[in-house]
Design a protein around this ligand. Sequence first.
Ligand code: KG4
Ligand code: ZN
Length: 343
Amino acid sequence: MPDQPMSSKISYILSIESSCDDTSCAVLKNDQVLSNVIAGQKVHQQYGGVVPELASRAHQSNIVPVAHAALTQANIDKKQLTAIAFTRGPGLMGSLLVGSSFAKSLSLALDIPLIEVHHMQAHILAHFIDHGQDKPDFPFLALTISGGHTQIVKVTDYHEMEVIGSTMDDAVGEAFDKTGKMLGLDYPAGPMIDSLSRKGNPHAFQFPIPKAPHLDYSFSGFKTSVLYFIQKRVKEDPDFIKNNIEDICASVQYTIIEILFKKLEKAVKKTGIKSVAIGGGVSANSGIRERLLSQVEHGWKVFIPDFQYTTDNAAMIGISGYYKYLAQDFTDLNISATARIPM
Ligand code: KG4
Ligand code: ZN
C-alpha cells in the first residue's frame, strides 16, 4: 500500500518556547492546540527588565514541569508524539540553550524528528492556529511588534517571509516599557500603559513623530523626547506624573500608534497588499487593535490574533513546526541555538 501523504496523517507535536522570560510548552494535534502552558518569571520585575542570567536559571527549573503539564493537559503520552519543535532564535542565548537542549534530548530519546522554529516567524504563523477564525491568504503583510522587534514583513508562504521594514534602534515594546519605567510602572509596562490610556486624553500632550527612511522605524529619539518632557514637567511640579498619568499614557500610546501606522500604510501602498496581520506581544494593545480595525473602511482585510497567542507562547512554535512537519523540513541534532538569526 502506498504511504499516506503527510497532510492526511495525524501529527502530535510538542513545542518548546524559551527565547526570553517565558517558559512555554504546547501540544498540537495538527493545527489545533491541545494545551499551551506558560510559566512567566516574576523575578525580573524588581529589576525593571529581563536579567538574562536569571532567565536561563528559571527556564532550567521550569522546563520539565511545564512540558509535563502540557502533555498531561493534552492527555497525550510522550510515546504518541510525532515531532518536537523548538525556538532556535532569535532571543537570549542562555534562555534559548535551555529549550533547544531539552528539545534535542527529547527528540533523541523518543527517536522522532526535531524541528527548529524562528521566533518572529512563529508570531506571524500564530494566525494559522485553528480555532474557527478567518486565516490570512498569501500574500499578506505582518506587523510584528514585541519587546525585541518591530518589523513589517511580506509573507508569501508559511516559511517565505521578507522583512521590508524594521526598527533601526529600539523595539516598540521597549518604547512602552521604558516610558513605563520613567512613570514608575512595573515591568513590563505595556499592558498598564494600555489600560491607563483608556481613561486619558490622547491629545493632552504632543510628542514628535521620528523621521526614519523608507519603511523603517526609529523609537530612540521618541523615548528621549518623552524622558525630557517628563523631567521638565516634574521640575515645575513634583506631582506632575501622579496628577496626569492617564493623559501621559494616552498621549504616548497615541503617538506610538501614529508612528506604527504611518509606515504600515506606506507599506500597503508600496506593495499593493491590503491584507494585514499583527503579531507579537505589543499586538495585545487595545489602541493598536482598534486602529487596525478602522482600516477596514479603507479596504484592508485585517487579522488580529487571539490574546493568548500574542505574547510569547509555545502554541505559535507548534503551528510553525506543524507546517515544517508537513514539508518534512527537519533539523539535524547537531544544531545550536542562535541569538541573532535572519528571517
Ligand atoms: O512578544 P513578547 O511577549 O516578547 C518578546 O518577544 O519580546 O512581547 C513582550 C512585549 C513587552 O514589551 C510588553 O510590554 C508588550 O509586549 N505588551 C504590550 C501589551 N501587552 C504586552 N504593549 C502594549 N500594550 C499591551 N497591551
Ligand atoms: Zn516574542
